[in-house]
Design a protein around this ligand. Structure first.
Ligand SMILES: *Cc1c(COP(=O)(O)O)cnc(C)c1O
Length: 348
């Protein structure tokens, strides 16, 4: 039995398709997408590619698959990807880059996913000798999930690009929540997108679609990714029904991400006024992380106590609790969650 929570802040993947989204799905024009004959999938792929400033797009069932296709396009076996130590592609995709693609990895350590260009560039191995693994790819994440929804500034990304491109090192963006960075900063999606060779974005997080991601890149890269998607068993048939949910989400649920950001901020301010476990200035999008390093209770204890009060959160580590805002959480639910958190922390 799943438990009913008054406020569920476990993840922004929890959203259920609205009535409007379901009608759009039911009405979708479809065809066999393995033969390239689903017009709704083609529309979604072209739209996202254009938004991100790329030539072509590929619809995938998950963000993990979109990321892993992106990685294997750039990195041949025995070469490496470098990324943040908390990157989703390395921490939360079950070692897929190694298991499927023979890719090794090294990491830099950051504060909350905030990249320092020099740190990235000095980790890069260029040229060949008889010992070192050549770096083929730099993978960045924006916003940074386990960092707490941290937004990478455009000039930081541009500095990494300027330092790596002359060495032929490619760049992939895990943009599962790039939509949130775009809404929070007003920076165009294409301005971010153009600084990368490939970008993955999720439709099933804050945008509220039940499934789906898109990988974008050059026409040649996406042709190759399409072959690998089929090889992995993810060639899909009349999935215009699912792509229609993504198109609906882009039309109706993009601008409203600002509401999630405002509510995450409202929560952070309410809690910070009572307990020094979060700095509202560090809450940049729809994710809040409570830092319990100086608090007597562990993340697991706080999560269990919050659950008893009807609020679901996630223990990221022994000292960090993550809460994620999404379209099923309103102002009243936000205030309920902040009161419960303050009570849980014994700071009422
Ligand atoms: C959710 C997420 C993904 C993709 O996850 P799937 O569950 O495979 O769709 C990738 N990167 C980040 C940062 C994410 O938050």
């Amino acid at each position: 039995m799943t438990r009913a929570y008054a406020v569920d802040l476990l993840s922004d993947t929890l959203t259920r398709p609205s009535a409007g989204m379901r009608s759009a799905m039911a009405a979708a024009e479809v065809g066999d997408d393995v033969f390239g004959e689903d017009p709704t999938v083609a529309r979604l792929e072209a739209r996202v590619a254009e938004q991100l400033g790329h030539e072509a797009g590929l619809f995938t069932p998950t963000g993990s698959l979109a990321n892993q296709l992106g990685l294997r396009l750039h990195v041949t076996p025995g070469r490496e990807v470098i990324a943040d130590s908390m990157a989703h592609i390395l921490r939360a995709e079950l070692g897929a880059a190694a298991a499927f693609s023979g890719i090794t990895s090294r990491t830099w350590i950051s504060q909350r996913g905030r990249v320092l260009p020099d740190q990235v560039l000095s980790l890069m191995v260029v040229g060949t000798d008889i010992y070192h693994v050549p770096t083929a790819l730099i993978a960045l994440e924006n916003t940074h999930n386990f960092g707490g929804g941290t937004i990478l500034p455009l000039d930081t990304i541009a500095a990494v690009r300027a330092g790596s491109q002359p060495h032929g090192v490619a760049m992939h963006l895990d943009g599962a929540r790039l939509w949130n960075a775009h809404i929070a900063t007003g920076v165009e999606l294409a301005a971010y997108g153009r600084l990368f060779d490939t970008v993955s974005v999720c439709l099933s997080k804050g945008l509220g679609a039940p499934i789906g991601s898109v990988l974008v890149g050059s026409a040649a890269a996406i042709r190759e990714a399409r072959v690998w998607r089929k090889r992995y068993g993810a060639g899909m048939r009349q999935v215009g029904i699912l792509a229609a949910a993504g198109l609906y989400a882009l039309d109706h649920n993009l601008a409203r991400l600002a509401d999630d950001h405002a509510r995450a901020q409202r929560f952070a301010q309410a809690v910070a006024a009572k307990a020094p476990v979060v700095d509202p200035a560090e809450v940049e999008s729809n994710i809040v992380i409570l830092d319990l390093a100086q608090h007597p209770r562990s993340a697991a204890e706080v999560v269990a106590d919050l659950a008893d009060r009807g609020v679901r959160a996630y223990a990221l580590s022994p000292t960090r609790v993550r809460l994620v805002w999404h379209l099923d959480v309103d102002d009243a639910a936000t205030d309920y969650a902040s009161a419960a958190t303050i009570a849980t922390l014994g700071a009422a």
